[in-house]
Design a protein around this ligand. Sequence first.
Ligand code: ACO
Ligand code: PYR
Length: 529
Amino acid sequence: MPMVPVAPDVFHVYDTTLRDGAQQEGLRLTVHDKLRIARSLDDLGVTFIEGGWPGANPNDTAFFKAAADGELKLRNSQLVAFGSTRKVGGQASSDPLTRALLEAETPVITLVAKSHDAHVYRALRTTLDENLAMISDTVKFLTGEGRRVFIDAEHFFDGYRANPAYALEVVKTSADAGAEVVVMCDTNGGMLPGWMGEVVDAAGQVGVDLGIHCHNDTGCAVANTIAAVDAGAMHVQGTINGHGERTGNADLITVLANLQLKYGWNIVAPDALAKVTATSHAVAAITHVQPNTRQPYVGHSAFAHKAGLHASAIKVDANLYQHTDPTFVGNDMRMLVSDMAGRANIQLKGEELGYDISDRVQAAEITDLVKEREAQGYSYEAADASFELLLRDALGLSEEFFEVLHWRVWTGNEQGEDGDSEAIVKVRIDGETTKLVGEGFGPLNALDQALTGALKAKYPAAETFDLVDYRVRIMDQGHGTDAIVRVLIDMTDGSRTWTCVGVGTNVIEASWEALYDCYRWGLSTPAAG
Ligand SMILES: CC(=O)SCCNC(=O)CCNC(=O)[C@H](O)C(C)(C)COP(=O)(O)OP(=O)(O)OC[C@H]1O[C@@H](n2cnc3c(N)ncnc32)[C@H](O)[C@@H]1OP(=O)(O)O
Ligand SMILES: CC(=O)C(=O)O
C-alpha cells in the first residue's frame, strides 16, 4: 500500500504568485492584475496570499494601499506583505522598508532572512551574529506591532549542507523572537526529493512550525515540496501555474491536488478544488503567459487520450488510463482523433459529439479513412469540426446547405480602398445559382467576403462568422515553395469557436478548403442552448 501520512492539525497553503511568481522573466502584473488574481485565490480558499514587497516599488505599495482601502475583500484568505530583515547595523524600528511593511496593514508579514553563512559573509558583508540580530530585532519589532511573522529562510538547504549548526541557529533565533513559521527555502532550486527529509527532520528538532518553498531548477519543485511535507512541514509555498524566478516555483495547484486527492487531506472544500482549472486559466489570461497544455491536473492535455490502445481500455473504464477523475479538478477527459487512433477513439469521440458508431465495421471504416487522410497531411487532433464533418459524411448524415460550383481569386500588389485581392465564388442553394464578387486584404479575406455575400441572404448566421486564427505548416520539410501545406482555421460566431483543416500544395486552395469546412460546420451545427 502507498504511504499516506496523517494530515497535520493545521496546514497552510501559501500562495506567492503575486510576489515570487511576478519575479518570472517577462511577467509584469499591474495593481489591477494583482487584485484580480488575489480575488481568484481567495475564491479557491488558499490560506495566505503574499501580495508583494511594499516599499520596494510603487506598484506593490499601491497594491497594498488598494487592498487596505477596501478594493480587496478577502473571505477565506489572509493577505501577507513580504520584505526582508532590517539593514545591517541599523534598527528595525527606523528601517524604511520595515516601516513600509507595517504601513501595508496586513495581518501577516513574511521576512526573507539569510541562513547560509556564505551569504551572510559575501552578500550581506556582515558577521553571523549580526545576521541573527537582524532577524531577532525585525521579528520582535513586527510582532510587537501586532503582526504575525513568518520567516523565509533563504538558501536553507544549501546553508544546512555548508554549516548545519548555523542554519539551525537561524531557525531557533527566528522561533525565539516570535516567528510563527520558519519556511525552509530551496532558493537555488538544486535539491532532489531524497535529500529533503534529513534537513527537515533536523530543523524539526528546534520545535517550531516549518514551511517549504521550492524552486524548480532540477524539475523537482513539487516533488521536493511533497517530500518536505512527508517529513513534517505544515506550510507549503508555491505559485499558480508554477510561475517564478528562473524556472519557477512549485506549482501550487499540483501540490494542492496531490495532497488532497492522493493523501486524502481536506485542505480546501471539494467544490473549491474543482475550481483549480478555472483558476489556472484565469491566471494565464491575466499574466498573458500561455498555459502549459501538459500541466498536471489542469492542462488541456492532462486527460486527453490519443493512443488507440488507451482508448480501447478507456471504453471499458476511464480509470484504466487515468490516475484520477478529471472533474475533481474541474478538467475534462478528451478523446483525440489521429493516425494513432483505433476504433475505440473514433467511437468515443463520436459519442462525445453525439453520434452512434457502435457498429464495429463502420467504426473500422472511419478509422481507416482518418488514417488515410492523416497520411495525406490532414490533422484531426486540433480540428474537431473537420472530424465531425468527416463523420457525418461517412454516416450519411450530412445536409447540403450550399454547393460550391466554382471559386477563383486574384491578388496583386495594387492596393485599392477595399483591398488588394478580388475573389469570385459561385454557389448553388436550393437549386438557385448565385455568383458573388468579394474584395479584401489578401486572398483569404476576399474569398471570405465573397462566400459570406453569396450565403447571407439565405443564411444570415454566415455574417456572424469571424476568422480568429489562421495557421499554416509545411508538411514535407524537404520541399521548397511547392511543399504540401496544412492550414488550420479557427472561426467564431461570438458564442463558440471551431477549427477546420485544409491540405494542398496550393496554400490558397488549402485555405479555401478549411474556410469552406468552417462555413459548412457553422451552418450545420446548431449552437448549444
Ligand atoms: C530569494 C528571493 O527571491 S527574496 C525576494 C527578492 N525580491 C526582490 O529583490 C525584488 C524587490 N527588490 C527590490 O526592489 C530591491 O532589491 C530593494 C528595494 C529590496 C533593495 O534595493 P537597493 O536598496 O537598491 O539594494 P540592492 O537591491 O542593490 O541590494 C540589496 C540590499 O539588501 C541587502 N539584503 C539582501 N538580503 C537581505 C536580508 N535578508 N536582510 C537584510 N538585507 C538584505 C543586500 O546586502 C543589499 O544591501 P546593500 O544595499 O547594503 O548593498
Ligand atoms: C524567499 C524566496 O523567494 C526564496 O528563497 O526563493
